[in-house]
Ligand binder design. Structure first.
Ligand code: PLP
Length: 402
């Protein structure tokens, strides 16, 4: 008998499991709103034109090879990525208080950061994740060996951030806890704190000496502007926090499968940043040995060329604007259908997702009866909507809530 014969069955992944079920569905009018990946107006994945340009430049370079990258990744990429997230005029960058290494997209960067905190900060601390959050947060930090708990984030009846309870969670957590903060375009709620609220969160975190670990998976998707979407990270940096930032380029460069990301550590002084950075490199060496080269080279070409950088910013505007249009159109259709309830939260929310408010039963009916695939907590990827399917999706929502 196999050593593994008695392993329990692994339940399907709450997001990828639904995407696979959609793939297997032969219904012609099926709609996939499960996965957080941008789709164009024809429902197809979009290769950013600026990425195609960079690929051409890369592949026509006779000096190109497939050698391993250094332990910390491709330096021309990691330094540019740091400028994108902290700002090219960042005082902390100038003072060399930030050390950046390449990671396996957002997830791999989070995991290396988690392992670093376990080894170098305090393995007895609790990691606080927002309730709700991206489903992988709990497992990534759990796998690194941490106890994971939640901080209150959402008021499901008002469909807004439950700010007072959020602040109480910060106050109630033991001093020096680690808080995982979504830098922008919170997944799944599509609702971020206002600038004033971020200031209060930062003050409260400072008073309790908590350690912020920012997860930036959607920079450019919340407002269409990279600088706006880095507001919270730059605010915390300016307030003297030491912190980690996991930065993904999966969504904003459309490089999902290339696994492109960065992990940054910001310390109070350059000496500690270098010391910590060397530890991050060691962790990364032990976990993945060497980061993937292809996406890093593409991004490096784009981020280090003014013209291509501007073109990339335009692509972000195209993607974020189409999502905004789809939000508006969905609400208009629901109003037209006189669907019971107030749906304005869909246009108040930002980023790739809308937390529709559909409950588990309604979401399940959407999938099983109408072939519209969304996560069971009622989250839809608005990027999956287009002119052709939006009427159908609205009519299905209308039916399940009546
Ligand atoms: N963090 C959040 C909040 C996400 O939604 C995602 C992806 O959906 C990630 C991190 C990681 O994405 P990736 O590993 O593809 O960069």
């Amino acid at each position: 008998m196999s050593l593994f014969a008695n392993l329990p069955e692994v339940p399907p992944d709450p997001i990828l499991g639904i995407a696979s079920a959609c793939k297997a569905d032969s219904f012609e009018g099926k709609v996939d709103l499960s996965i957080g990946a941008y789709r164009d107006e024809n429902g197809k994945p979009w290769i950013l034109p600026v990425v195609s340009k960079a690929e051409k430049i890369l592949t026509s370079n006779p000096e190109r090879n497939h050698e391993y990258l250094p332990m910390g990744g491709l330096p021309s990429f990691t330094s540019a990525a740091a400028r994108i997230i902290f700002g090219s005029d960042s005082k902390e960058l100038k003072n060399k208080q930030i050390y950046s290494i390449q990671g396996l997209s957002g997830t791999g960067s989070l995991f290396v950061g988690a392992c670093f905190l376990y080894e170098c900060y305090d393995r007895n601390k609790t990691i606080y994740i927002s309730d709700p959050t991206w489903t992988n947060h709990r497992s990534v930090f759990g796998l690194a060996g941490f106890k994971v708990d939640v901080y209150t984030y959402w008021d499901s009846s008002l469909k807004t951030i439950s700010f007072e309870k959020y602040i109480s969670s910060i106050r109630d957590a033991p001093e020096g806890s680690v808080f995982i903060l979504h830098a922008c375009a919170h997944n799944p709620t599509g609702s971020d704190p206002t600038k004033e609220q971020w200031q209060i969160i930062a003050n409260e975190m400072k008073a309790k000496k908590h350690f912020p670990f920012f997860d930036s998976a959607y920079q450019g998707f919340a407002t269409g502007d990279l600088d706006n979407d880095a507001y919270a990270i730059r605010l915390f940096a300016s307030m003297g926090f030491e912190m980690l930032v996991a930065q993904s380029f999966a969504k904003n460069m459309g490089l999902y499968g290339e696994r492109l990301g960065c992990l940054h550590i910001l310390c109070k002084d350059s000496n500690s940043a270098t010391r910590s950075g060397k530890f991050l490199e060691k962790m990364s060496r032990n976990i993945v040995s060497s980061a993937p080269r292809y996406g890093a080279e593409i991004a490096s070409i784009i981020l280090n060329n003014d013209e291509l950088l501007q073109e990339w910013k335009q692509c972000l505007v195209i993607m974020s604007s189409r999502i905004l249009e789809m939000r508006k159109a969905l609400v208009e259709k629901l109003v037209e259908l006189k669907t019971p309830g107030d749906w304005t939260h869909i246009t108040r929310q930002i980023g790739m997702f809308s937390f529709t408010g559909l409950n588990t039963e309604q979401s399940t009916t959407m999938i099983e009866k109408y072939h519209v695939y969304l996560t069971k907590n009622g989250r839809i990827s608005v990027a999956g909507l287009n002119e052709k399917n939006i009427g159908y999706v609205a009519s299905c929502i209308d039916k399940v809530v009546r």
